[in-house]
Design a protein around this ligand. Structure first.
Ligand code: XMP
Length: 521
Protein backbone atom coordinates (compact mmCIF):
# COMPACT_ATOMS: atom_id res chain seq x y z
CA UNK A 1 0.00 0.00 0.00
CA UNK A 2 2.96 2.32 -0.34
CA UNK A 3 2.89 3.54 -3.91
CA UNK A 4 0.98 6.64 -4.86
CA UNK A 5 -1.28 4.78 -7.23
CA UNK A 6 -2.29 2.22 -4.69
CA UNK A 7 -4.25 4.07 -2.08
CA UNK A 8 -7.39 3.30 -0.19
CA UNK A 9 -10.22 5.15 1.48
CA UNK A 10 -10.38 5.83 5.19
CA UNK A 11 -13.95 5.78 6.46
CA UNK A 12 -14.52 7.67 9.68
CA UNK A 13 -17.44 6.13 11.54
CA UNK A 14 -19.69 8.67 13.23
CA UNK A 15 -22.05 5.93 14.38
CA UNK A 16 -23.99 5.13 11.21
CA UNK A 17 -25.60 1.77 10.73
CA UNK A 18 -24.25 1.86 7.17
CA UNK A 19 -20.50 1.94 7.84
CA UNK A 20 -19.76 -1.60 6.69
CA UNK A 21 -21.99 -1.04 3.70
CA UNK A 22 -19.91 2.01 2.71
CA UNK A 23 -16.72 -0.02 3.13
CA UNK A 24 -18.06 -2.76 0.91
CA UNK A 25 -19.34 -0.35 -1.73
CA UNK A 26 -15.83 1.11 -1.99
CA UNK A 27 -14.24 -2.30 -2.23
CA UNK A 28 -16.73 -3.33 -4.90
CA UNK A 29 -15.07 -0.62 -6.97
CA UNK A 30 -11.69 -2.29 -6.52
CA UNK A 31 -10.41 0.12 -3.87
CA UNK A 32 -9.26 -0.79 -0.40
CA UNK A 33 -11.22 0.75 2.48
CA UNK A 34 -10.77 0.77 6.20
CA UNK A 35 -13.15 1.90 8.94
CA UNK A 36 -11.90 3.88 11.92
CA UNK A 37 -13.40 5.66 14.92
CA UNK A 38 -13.03 9.49 14.91
CA UNK A 39 -10.42 9.50 17.68
CA UNK A 40 -8.06 7.34 15.61
CA UNK A 41 -8.53 9.05 12.25
CA UNK A 42 -5.41 11.24 12.40
CA UNK A 43 -3.25 8.33 13.47
CA UNK A 44 -4.69 6.14 10.70
CA UNK A 45 -3.88 8.79 8.09
CA UNK A 46 -0.30 9.15 9.21
CA UNK A 47 0.87 6.02 7.39
CA UNK A 48 0.05 7.63 4.06
CA UNK A 49 -2.05 4.73 2.81
CA UNK A 50 -5.21 6.71 2.20
CA UNK A 51 -5.97 8.76 -0.86
CA UNK A 52 -9.49 9.78 0.20
CA UNK A 53 -11.60 10.10 3.32
CA UNK A 54 -15.29 9.43 3.84
CA UNK A 55 -16.99 10.94 6.88
CA UNK A 56 -20.01 8.79 7.62
CA UNK A 57 -23.50 9.53 8.81
CA UNK A 58 -24.46 9.22 12.45
CA UNK A 59 -27.49 9.35 14.71
CA UNK A 60 -26.64 12.51 16.64
CA UNK A 61 -26.80 16.26 16.05
CA UNK A 62 -23.45 17.92 15.48
CA UNK A 63 -24.33 20.78 17.85
CA UNK A 64 -25.19 18.49 20.78
CA UNK A 65 -22.77 18.11 23.62
CA UNK A 66 -20.77 14.90 23.30
CA UNK A 67 -21.55 14.49 19.61
CA UNK A 68 -18.75 12.58 17.87
CA UNK A 69 -16.07 14.80 16.43
CA UNK A 70 -12.51 14.66 15.21
CA UNK A 71 -9.53 16.93 14.73
CA UNK A 72 -10.63 19.47 12.09
CA UNK A 73 -7.05 19.52 10.75
CA UNK A 74 -8.22 16.56 8.69
CA UNK A 75 -9.95 19.08 6.41
CA UNK A 76 -6.67 20.85 5.57
CA UNK A 77 -4.60 17.90 4.45
CA UNK A 78 -5.51 18.21 0.81
CA UNK A 79 -6.93 14.66 0.85
CA UNK A 80 -10.29 14.53 -0.97
CA UNK A 81 -13.17 14.20 1.48
CA UNK A 82 -16.72 12.99 1.07
CA UNK A 83 -19.03 13.91 3.94
CA UNK A 84 -22.28 11.96 4.09
CA UNK A 85 -25.24 13.19 6.21
CA UNK A 86 -23.73 13.74 9.70
CA UNK A 87 -20.33 13.82 7.98
CA UNK A 88 -21.57 16.72 5.83
CA UNK A 89 -22.98 18.54 8.83
CA UNK A 90 -19.83 18.04 10.90
CA UNK A 91 -17.71 19.45 8.06
CA UNK A 92 -19.97 22.48 7.64
CA UNK A 93 -19.85 23.21 11.35
CA UNK A 94 -16.08 22.74 11.53
CA UNK A 95 -15.66 25.27 8.70
CA UNK A 96 -17.95 27.83 10.39
CA UNK A 97 -21.11 27.24 8.38
CA UNK A 98 -24.43 26.62 10.09
CA UNK A 99 -26.37 23.43 10.82
CA UNK A 100 -29.82 23.55 12.43
CA UNK A 101 -32.82 21.32 12.99
CA UNK A 102 -35.15 21.33 10.00
CA UNK A 103 -37.51 24.17 10.91
CA UNK A 104 -40.71 22.35 10.13
CA UNK A 105 -41.40 18.79 11.04
CA UNK A 106 -42.43 18.33 7.43
CA UNK A 107 -38.92 19.32 6.34
CA UNK A 108 -37.29 16.36 8.05
CA UNK A 109 -36.71 13.75 5.48
CA UNK A 110 -36.79 10.00 5.95
CA UNK A 111 -37.02 7.98 2.80
CA UNK A 112 -37.04 8.76 -0.90
CA UNK A 113 -36.53 12.28 -2.23
CA UNK A 114 -36.02 13.79 -5.66
CA UNK A 115 -32.68 15.52 -5.92
CA UNK A 116 -32.44 18.38 -8.41
CA UNK A 117 -28.89 18.83 -9.58
CA UNK A 118 -27.58 22.37 -10.00
CA UNK A 119 -26.08 23.80 -13.20
CA UNK A 120 -22.48 23.47 -12.06
CA UNK A 121 -22.58 20.43 -9.79
CA UNK A 122 -18.90 19.44 -9.86
CA UNK A 123 -17.52 15.96 -10.56
CA UNK A 124 -19.80 13.82 -8.35
CA UNK A 125 -22.87 14.18 -10.54
CA UNK A 126 -21.24 13.45 -13.87
CA UNK A 127 -23.47 11.09 -15.82
CA UNK A 128 -26.24 11.24 -13.19
CA UNK A 129 -29.84 11.87 -14.36
CA UNK A 130 -31.44 15.10 -13.26
CA UNK A 131 -33.48 14.82 -11.10
CA UNK A 132 -32.40 11.61 -9.43
CA UNK A 133 -33.99 9.65 -6.64
CA UNK A 134 -31.98 9.55 -3.41
CA UNK A 135 -32.43 8.20 0.10
CA UNK A 136 -32.60 10.72 2.93
CA UNK A 137 -32.58 10.17 6.67
CA UNK A 138 -32.05 13.36 8.60
CA UNK A 139 -33.63 15.75 11.09
CA UNK A 140 -30.93 18.44 10.85
CA UNK A 141 -29.78 20.25 7.77
CA UNK A 142 -27.24 22.75 6.55
CA UNK A 143 -28.57 26.31 6.60
CA UNK A 144 -25.44 28.26 5.69
CA UNK A 145 -22.52 26.83 3.75
CA UNK A 146 -18.96 27.75 4.68
CA UNK A 147 -17.15 30.19 2.41
CA UNK A 148 -16.03 28.84 -0.94
CA UNK A 149 -18.72 26.12 -1.16
CA UNK A 150 -21.38 25.87 -3.89
CA UNK A 151 -24.67 24.03 -3.80
CA UNK A 152 -24.73 21.08 -6.18
CA UNK A 153 -28.15 19.63 -5.39
CA UNK A 154 -31.36 20.30 -3.53
CA UNK A 155 -34.66 18.62 -2.72
CA UNK A 156 -38.08 20.10 -2.13
CA UNK A 157 -37.47 20.53 1.58
CA UNK A 158 -33.68 20.67 1.74
CA UNK A 159 -32.14 23.55 -0.17
CA UNK A 160 -28.59 22.38 0.45
CA UNK A 161 -28.75 18.62 -0.13
CA UNK A 162 -25.36 18.47 -1.86
CA UNK A 163 -22.45 20.91 -1.94
CA UNK A 164 -18.76 21.05 -2.73
CA UNK A 165 -15.59 23.08 -2.70
CA UNK A 166 -13.36 22.06 -5.57
CA UNK A 167 -10.30 23.94 -4.26
CA UNK A 168 -10.42 22.20 -0.90
CA UNK A 169 -11.54 18.95 -2.57
CA UNK A 170 -14.44 18.56 -0.15
CA UNK A 171 -17.74 17.02 -1.34
CA UNK A 172 -20.84 16.92 0.81
CA UNK A 173 -24.04 14.90 0.48
CA UNK A 174 -27.03 15.09 2.79
CA UNK A 175 -28.39 11.86 1.31
CA UNK A 176 -26.96 8.33 1.49
CA UNK A 177 -25.31 7.24 -1.78
CA UNK A 178 -24.30 3.90 -0.23
CA UNK A 179 -27.83 2.49 0.09
CA UNK A 180 -29.39 0.95 -2.97
CA UNK A 181 -32.48 3.18 -2.65
CA UNK A 182 -30.30 6.02 -3.92
CA UNK A 183 -30.71 4.90 -7.49
CA UNK A 184 -27.48 6.40 -8.81
CA UNK A 185 -25.62 6.23 -5.53
CA UNK A 186 -22.99 3.90 -6.88
CA UNK A 187 -22.26 6.26 -9.80
CA UNK A 188 -21.90 9.13 -7.37
CA UNK A 189 -19.51 7.12 -5.19
CA UNK A 190 -17.56 6.05 -8.27
CA UNK A 191 -17.29 9.68 -9.35
CA UNK A 192 -15.92 10.58 -5.95
CA UNK A 193 -13.34 7.80 -6.02
CA UNK A 194 -12.14 8.08 -9.60
CA UNK A 195 -12.95 11.65 -10.75
CA UNK A 196 -12.65 13.69 -7.56
CA UNK A 197 -10.01 11.68 -5.73
CA UNK A 198 -8.21 10.16 -8.76
CA UNK A 199 -7.86 6.74 -7.14
CA UNK A 200 -6.99 3.57 -9.04
CA UNK A 201 -8.89 0.31 -8.85
CA UNK A 202 -6.26 -2.16 -7.77
CA UNK A 203 -7.88 -4.00 -4.85
CA UNK A 204 -8.37 -7.20 -6.78
CA UNK A 205 -8.26 -10.82 -5.62
CA UNK A 206 -4.81 -11.16 -7.21
CA UNK A 207 -3.41 -8.10 -5.47
CA UNK A 208 -4.96 -9.08 -2.13
CA UNK A 209 -3.30 -12.48 -2.31
CA UNK A 210 0.05 -11.01 -3.29
CA UNK A 211 -0.04 -8.38 -0.57
CA UNK A 212 -1.26 -10.78 2.13
CA UNK A 213 1.39 -13.34 1.28
CA UNK A 214 4.16 -10.77 1.56
CA UNK A 215 2.76 -9.49 4.87
CA UNK A 216 2.58 -13.04 6.18
CA UNK A 217 6.20 -13.62 5.22
CA UNK A 218 7.20 -10.45 7.03
CA UNK A 219 5.29 -11.42 10.16
CA UNK A 220 6.32 -15.06 10.33
CA UNK A 221 9.92 -14.58 9.25
CA UNK A 222 12.33 -17.00 7.60
CA UNK A 223 12.04 -19.80 10.14
CA UNK A 224 8.72 -19.27 11.94
CA UNK A 225 6.22 -22.11 12.04
CA UNK A 226 2.43 -21.84 12.23
CA UNK A 227 -0.25 -24.24 13.36
CA UNK A 228 -3.80 -23.83 12.22
CA UNK A 229 -7.00 -25.65 13.11
CA UNK A 230 -8.54 -26.51 9.77
CA UNK A 231 -12.27 -27.16 9.82
CA UNK A 232 -12.80 -27.35 6.08
CA UNK A 233 -15.05 -24.27 6.23
CA UNK A 234 -14.34 -21.40 3.86
CA UNK A 235 -12.52 -19.16 6.34
CA UNK A 236 -10.02 -21.64 7.75
CA UNK A 237 -9.53 -23.13 4.28
CA UNK A 238 -8.68 -19.82 2.60
CA UNK A 239 -6.52 -18.79 5.57
CA UNK A 240 -4.56 -22.05 5.32
CA UNK A 241 -3.98 -21.74 1.58
CA UNK A 242 -2.73 -18.17 2.00
CA UNK A 243 -0.37 -19.09 4.83
CA UNK A 244 0.89 -22.07 2.91
CA UNK A 245 1.68 -19.84 -0.07
CA UNK A 246 3.77 -17.72 2.25
CA UNK A 247 5.65 -20.41 4.19
CA UNK A 248 4.94 -23.81 2.61
CA UNK A 249 5.52 -26.76 4.91
CA UNK A 250 6.20 -24.54 7.89
CA UNK A 251 2.41 -24.42 8.18
CA UNK A 252 1.01 -27.40 10.08
CA UNK A 253 -2.74 -27.86 9.77
CA UNK A 254 -4.66 -29.83 12.35
CA UNK A 255 -8.01 -31.30 11.45
CA UNK A 256 -9.89 -32.84 14.35
CA UNK A 257 -12.25 -35.66 13.48
CA UNK A 258 -14.64 -35.43 16.40
CA UNK A 259 -17.00 -38.10 15.09
CA UNK A 260 -19.64 -35.41 14.60
CA UNK A 261 -18.84 -34.68 10.97
CA UNK A 262 -21.04 -35.11 7.93
CA UNK A 263 -20.72 -37.98 5.48
CA UNK A 264 -17.39 -37.94 3.65
CA UNK A 265 -16.20 -34.73 5.28
CA UNK A 266 -12.92 -35.98 6.68
CA UNK A 267 -11.98 -37.73 3.43
CA UNK A 268 -12.84 -34.61 1.42
CA UNK A 269 -10.55 -32.46 3.58
CA UNK A 270 -7.73 -35.01 3.34
CA UNK A 271 -8.02 -35.31 -0.42
CA UNK A 272 -8.20 -31.62 -1.06
CA UNK A 273 -5.61 -30.23 1.30
CA UNK A 274 -3.07 -33.02 1.70
CA UNK A 275 -3.24 -34.37 -1.82
CA UNK A 276 -4.19 -31.45 -4.04
CA UNK A 277 -2.62 -28.62 -2.06
CA UNK A 278 0.27 -30.67 -0.68
CA UNK A 279 -0.35 -29.30 2.78
CA UNK A 280 1.20 -30.62 5.96
CA UNK A 281 -2.14 -31.87 7.27
CA UNK A 282 -2.51 -33.80 10.51
CA UNK A 283 -5.82 -35.53 11.01
CA UNK A 284 -6.45 -36.32 14.65
CA UNK A 285 -8.91 -39.14 15.10
CA UNK A 286 -10.67 -38.16 18.31
CA UNK A 287 -14.05 -39.75 17.57
CA UNK A 288 -14.02 -42.09 20.55
CA UNK A 289 -12.90 -39.35 22.89
CA UNK A 290 -15.73 -36.99 21.96
CA UNK A 291 -18.36 -39.71 22.01
CA UNK A 292 -17.18 -40.97 25.40
CA UNK A 293 -17.33 -37.48 26.82
CA UNK A 294 -20.87 -37.09 25.46
CA UNK A 295 -22.13 -40.40 26.84
CA UNK A 296 -25.43 -40.00 28.65
CA UNK A 297 -25.53 -36.21 28.11
CA UNK A 298 -28.81 -34.82 26.78
CA UNK A 299 -28.75 -31.16 27.78
CA UNK A 300 -27.91 -28.99 24.72
CA UNK A 301 -25.73 -26.50 26.59
CA UNK A 302 -23.78 -29.24 28.35
CA UNK A 303 -23.17 -30.93 25.03
CA UNK A 304 -21.76 -27.73 23.57
CA UNK A 305 -19.52 -27.10 26.59
CA UNK A 306 -18.16 -30.64 26.56
CA UNK A 307 -17.39 -30.46 22.84
CA UNK A 308 -15.63 -27.12 23.30
CA UNK A 309 -13.54 -28.42 26.19
CA UNK A 310 -12.54 -31.67 24.47
CA UNK A 311 -11.65 -29.76 21.32
CA UNK A 312 -9.24 -27.57 23.24
CA UNK A 313 -7.66 -30.59 24.95
CA UNK A 314 -7.21 -32.43 21.68
CA UNK A 315 -5.82 -29.36 19.92
CA UNK A 316 -3.38 -28.64 22.76
CA UNK A 317 -2.09 -32.21 22.63
CA UNK A 318 -1.74 -32.16 18.86
CA UNK A 319 0.13 -28.90 19.03
CA UNK A 320 2.83 -30.40 21.26
CA UNK A 321 4.05 -32.23 18.19
CA UNK A 322 5.19 -28.90 16.79
CA UNK A 323 7.35 -27.35 19.50
CA UNK A 324 8.82 -24.85 17.07
CA UNK A 325 5.44 -23.40 16.11
CA UNK A 326 4.97 -20.12 17.93
CA UNK A 327 2.24 -18.79 15.68
CA UNK A 328 -1.44 -19.72 15.64
CA UNK A 329 -3.27 -19.22 12.35
CA UNK A 330 -6.89 -18.10 12.47
CA UNK A 331 -9.57 -17.16 9.97
CA UNK A 332 -10.75 -13.99 11.72
CA UNK A 333 -12.66 -11.69 9.34
CA UNK A 334 -12.80 -7.89 9.13
CA UNK A 335 -16.31 -7.50 10.62
CA UNK A 336 -14.96 -9.15 13.80
CA UNK A 337 -12.23 -6.58 14.32
CA UNK A 338 -13.89 -3.32 13.29
CA UNK A 339 -14.20 -0.85 16.09
CA UNK A 340 -17.34 1.23 15.86
CA UNK A 341 -18.93 4.28 17.41
CA UNK A 342 -21.76 3.47 19.81
CA UNK A 343 -25.01 5.45 19.82
CA UNK A 344 -23.64 7.67 22.60
CA UNK A 345 -20.82 8.82 20.35
CA UNK A 346 -17.95 7.02 22.09
CA UNK A 347 -15.98 4.19 20.59
CA UNK A 348 -17.06 0.69 21.47
CA UNK A 349 -14.09 -1.51 21.82
CA UNK A 350 -15.24 -4.59 20.05
CA UNK A 351 -12.01 -6.28 19.16
CA UNK A 352 -13.25 -9.76 19.92
CA UNK A 353 -10.87 -12.62 20.23
CA UNK A 354 -12.93 -14.57 17.81
CA UNK A 355 -12.17 -18.20 17.38
CA UNK A 356 -13.27 -20.03 14.33
CA UNK A 357 -12.42 -23.50 15.38
CA UNK A 358 -13.70 -24.41 18.81
CA UNK A 359 -12.81 -21.87 21.45
CA UNK A 360 -9.05 -21.86 21.74
CA UNK A 361 -8.00 -20.34 25.04
CA UNK A 362 -6.32 -16.94 25.31
CA UNK A 363 -3.52 -18.37 27.42
CA UNK A 364 -2.15 -20.39 24.52
CA UNK A 365 0.50 -17.70 24.37
CA UNK A 366 0.99 -17.90 20.66
CA UNK A 367 1.18 -14.97 18.30
CA UNK A 368 -1.90 -14.83 16.10
CA UNK A 369 -1.60 -14.97 12.34
CA UNK A 370 -4.84 -13.70 10.81
CA UNK A 371 -4.55 -13.35 7.03
CA UNK A 372 -8.27 -12.54 6.59
CA UNK A 373 -8.56 -9.78 9.16
CA UNK A 374 -8.88 -7.08 6.48
CA UNK A 375 -11.45 -8.95 4.43
CA UNK A 376 -15.19 -9.29 4.18
CA UNK A 377 -16.65 -12.74 3.58
CA UNK A 378 -17.33 -12.13 -0.12
CA UNK A 379 -13.69 -11.10 -0.59
CA UNK A 380 -12.55 -14.27 1.19
CA UNK A 381 -14.62 -16.26 -1.29
CA UNK A 382 -13.21 -14.32 -4.23
CA UNK A 383 -9.60 -14.90 -3.25
CA UNK A 384 -10.31 -18.54 -2.38
CA UNK A 385 -11.64 -18.94 -5.87
CA UNK A 386 -8.63 -17.17 -7.38
CA UNK A 387 -6.28 -19.54 -5.51
CA UNK A 388 -8.02 -22.61 -6.91
CA UNK A 389 -10.20 -23.74 -4.03
CA UNK A 390 -13.19 -25.66 -5.41
CA UNK A 391 -16.80 -24.38 -5.17
CA UNK A 392 -17.63 -27.11 -2.61
CA UNK A 393 -15.37 -25.29 -0.17
CA UNK A 394 -16.01 -21.71 -1.21
CA UNK A 395 -19.79 -21.96 -1.24
CA UNK A 396 -20.03 -24.47 1.58
CA UNK A 397 -23.03 -23.95 3.81
CA UNK A 398 -22.20 -22.99 7.40
CA UNK A 399 -21.67 -25.97 9.67
CA UNK A 400 -21.67 -25.43 13.43
CA UNK A 401 -18.54 -26.15 15.46
CA UNK A 402 -20.33 -28.80 17.60
CA UNK A 403 -21.31 -30.54 14.36
CA UNK A 404 -24.03 -33.17 14.25
CA UNK A 405 -24.30 -33.08 18.06
CA UNK A 406 -26.66 -30.09 17.86
CA UNK A 407 -28.74 -31.92 15.26
CA UNK A 408 -29.09 -35.13 17.26
CA UNK A 409 -31.56 -34.36 19.99
CA UNK A 410 -31.00 -36.24 23.20
CA UNK A 411 -27.94 -38.43 23.66
CA UNK A 412 -25.31 -38.49 20.93
CA UNK A 413 -24.18 -42.02 20.12
CA UNK A 414 -22.16 -43.48 17.29
CA UNK A 415 -25.26 -45.23 15.97
CA UNK A 416 -27.30 -42.03 15.95
CA UNK A 417 -24.49 -40.13 14.24
CA UNK A 418 -24.46 -42.77 11.53
CA UNK A 419 -28.24 -42.61 11.02
CA UNK A 420 -28.17 -38.83 10.76
CA UNK A 421 -25.15 -38.82 8.46
CA UNK A 422 -26.92 -41.08 5.99
CA UNK A 423 -30.20 -39.16 6.04
CA UNK A 424 -28.40 -35.81 5.82
CA UNK A 425 -26.31 -37.01 2.90
CA UNK A 426 -29.41 -38.02 0.94
CA UNK A 427 -31.10 -34.69 1.61
CA UNK A 428 -28.09 -32.52 0.80
CA UNK A 429 -27.12 -34.36 -2.37
CA UNK A 430 -30.71 -34.21 -3.67
CA UNK A 431 -30.92 -30.46 -2.94
CA UNK A 432 -27.61 -29.92 -4.70
CA UNK A 433 -28.59 -32.06 -7.69
CA UNK A 434 -31.60 -29.80 -8.07
CA UNK A 435 -29.29 -26.73 -8.00
CA UNK A 436 -31.21 -25.30 -5.07
CA UNK A 437 -28.23 -25.03 -2.74
CA UNK A 438 -27.21 -21.68 -4.23
CA UNK A 439 -30.35 -19.97 -2.98
CA UNK A 440 -30.44 -21.66 0.43
CA UNK A 441 -28.50 -20.54 3.47
CA UNK A 442 -28.52 -24.00 5.05
CA UNK A 443 -30.19 -27.34 4.42
CA UNK A 444 -29.67 -30.35 6.65
CA UNK A 445 -31.37 -33.16 8.54
CA UNK A 446 -32.11 -33.46 12.24
CA UNK A 447 -32.65 -36.67 14.21
CA UNK A 448 -35.26 -36.81 16.97
CA UNK A 449 -34.93 -39.02 20.06
CA UNK A 450 -38.49 -40.38 19.92
CA UNK A 451 -39.93 -43.28 17.97
CA UNK A 452 -43.16 -43.69 16.10
CA UNK A 453 -45.08 -46.56 14.57
CA UNK A 454 -45.07 -47.22 10.85
CA UNK A 455 -45.59 -50.04 8.40
CA UNK A 456 -43.09 -51.31 5.86
CA UNK A 457 -43.81 -54.26 3.64
CA UNK A 458 -46.37 -55.96 5.82
CA UNK A 459 -44.51 -55.42 9.01
CA UNK A 460 -44.95 -52.93 11.79
CA UNK A 461 -42.00 -50.60 12.35
CA UNK A 462 -41.15 -48.59 15.42
CA UNK A 463 -38.30 -46.25 14.52
CA UNK A 464 -36.95 -42.69 14.63
CA UNK A 465 -38.19 -39.63 12.71
CA UNK A 466 -35.89 -37.37 10.72
CA UNK A 467 -36.65 -33.68 10.25
CA UNK A 468 -35.66 -31.82 7.09
CA UNK A 469 -34.57 -28.23 7.72
CA UNK A 470 -33.91 -25.76 4.88
CA UNK A 471 -33.71 -22.02 5.38
CA UNK A 472 -33.09 -18.85 3.43
CA UNK A 473 -31.16 -16.09 5.18
CA UNK A 474 -28.77 -13.20 4.63
CA UNK A 475 -26.75 -13.42 7.81
CA UNK A 476 -28.28 -16.13 10.05
CA UNK A 477 -29.64 -13.48 12.42
CA UNK A 478 -33.07 -14.07 10.93
CA UNK A 479 -34.14 -16.82 8.55
CA UNK A 480 -37.18 -17.96 6.61
CA UNK A 481 -38.04 -21.61 6.13
CA UNK A 482 -37.58 -22.48 2.49
CA UNK A 483 -40.36 -23.81 0.36
CA UNK A 484 -38.91 -26.84 -1.43
CA UNK A 485 -40.51 -28.42 -4.51
CA UNK A 486 -42.92 -31.26 -3.56
CA UNK A 487 -41.21 -33.61 -6.05
CA UNK A 488 -37.86 -33.09 -4.35
CA UNK A 489 -39.41 -33.69 -0.92
CA UNK A 490 -41.10 -36.84 -2.17
CA UNK A 491 -37.82 -38.19 -3.54
CA UNK A 492 -35.88 -37.35 -0.38
CA UNK A 493 -38.54 -38.89 1.85
CA UNK A 494 -38.65 -42.11 -0.21
CA UNK A 495 -34.93 -42.44 -0.30
CA UNK A 496 -34.46 -41.84 3.43
CA UNK A 497 -37.13 -44.34 4.41
CA UNK A 498 -35.81 -46.96 1.99
CA UNK A 499 -32.10 -46.44 2.45
CA UNK A 500 -31.59 -45.48 6.07
CA UNK A 501 -32.19 -48.22 8.62
CA UNK A 502 -33.94 -47.15 11.81
CA UNK A 503 -35.80 -44.24 10.20
CA UNK A 504 -39.48 -44.69 9.35
CA UNK A 505 -40.77 -41.13 9.16
CA UNK A 506 -39.60 -37.92 7.47
CA UNK A 507 -40.97 -34.55 8.57
CA UNK A 508 -40.41 -30.96 7.44
CA UNK A 509 -39.56 -28.05 9.72
CA UNK A 510 -41.57 -24.97 8.68
CA UNK A 511 -40.41 -22.62 11.43
CA UNK A 512 -38.70 -19.34 10.67
CA UNK A 513 -36.15 -17.58 12.88
CA UNK A 514 -37.44 -16.05 15.06
CA UNK A 515 -39.24 -17.74 16.71
CA UNK A 516 -37.15 -20.83 15.96
CA UNK A 517 -33.39 -20.96 15.64
CA UNK A 518 -31.76 -22.46 12.58
CA UNK A 519 -30.20 -25.35 14.49
CA UNK A 520 -32.35 -27.43 16.81
CA UNK A 521 -30.03 -27.10 19.79
P1 XMP B 1 -28.93 -20.58 15.23
O1 XMP B 1 -29.21 -22.01 15.49
O2 XMP B 1 -28.52 -19.84 16.48
O3 XMP B 1 -27.66 -20.55 14.28
O4 XMP B 1 -30.04 -19.87 14.52
C1 XMP B 1 -27.22 -19.42 13.56
C2 XMP B 1 -26.07 -19.83 12.68
O5 XMP B 1 -24.93 -20.18 13.47
C3 XMP B 1 -24.53 -21.51 13.21
N1 XMP B 1 -24.10 -22.07 14.49
C4 XMP B 1 -22.83 -22.22 14.88
N2 XMP B 1 -21.67 -21.99 14.23
N3 XMP B 1 -20.45 -22.76 16.10
C5 XMP B 1 -20.49 -22.27 14.85
O6 XMP B 1 -19.42 -22.08 14.25
C6 XMP B 1 -21.56 -23.03 16.82
O7 XMP B 1 -21.51 -23.46 17.96
C7 XMP B 1 -22.82 -22.74 16.16
N4 XMP B 1 -24.12 -22.87 16.55
C8 XMP B 1 -24.89 -22.44 15.50
C9 XMP B 1 -25.74 -22.18 12.62
O8 XMP B 1 -25.39 -23.30 11.81
C10 XMP B 1 -26.36 -21.05 11.84
O9 XMP B 1 -25.72 -20.86 10.58
Amino acid sequence: METKNHKGVLIVDFGTQYCQLIARRIREQGIFSRITVPSRATEALSDGNFGAIILSGGPQSVYEEGAPSLDSEILNKGIPILGICYGMQWTVQALSGKVAPAALKAAREYGHAELSISDAPGPLFEGVENPTRVWMSHGDQVEILPEGFSVSGSTETCAIAAAYNETQRIYLLQFHPEVSHSIEGQTILRNFLFQAAGLHADWTPGSIVEETVSELRAQIGEAGEVILGLSGGVDSSVASVLIQRAIGKRLHCIFVDNGLLRAGEREAVETLFARNFDMDLHVVDAQARFLNALKGVTDPERKRKIIGRVFVEVFEEAKREFPRAHFLGQGTLYPDVIESVAAHGGATSVIKSHHNVGGLPEEMEMELVEPLRNLFKDEVRAIGHSMGLPPEVIDRQPFPGPGLAVRILGEVTENRCEILRQADHIFTTEVEAEGLHKSLWQYFAVLLPVRSVGVMGDARTYEFPVVLRAVESQDAMTADWASLPPELLRRVSNRIINEVPQVNRVTLDITSKPPGTIEWE
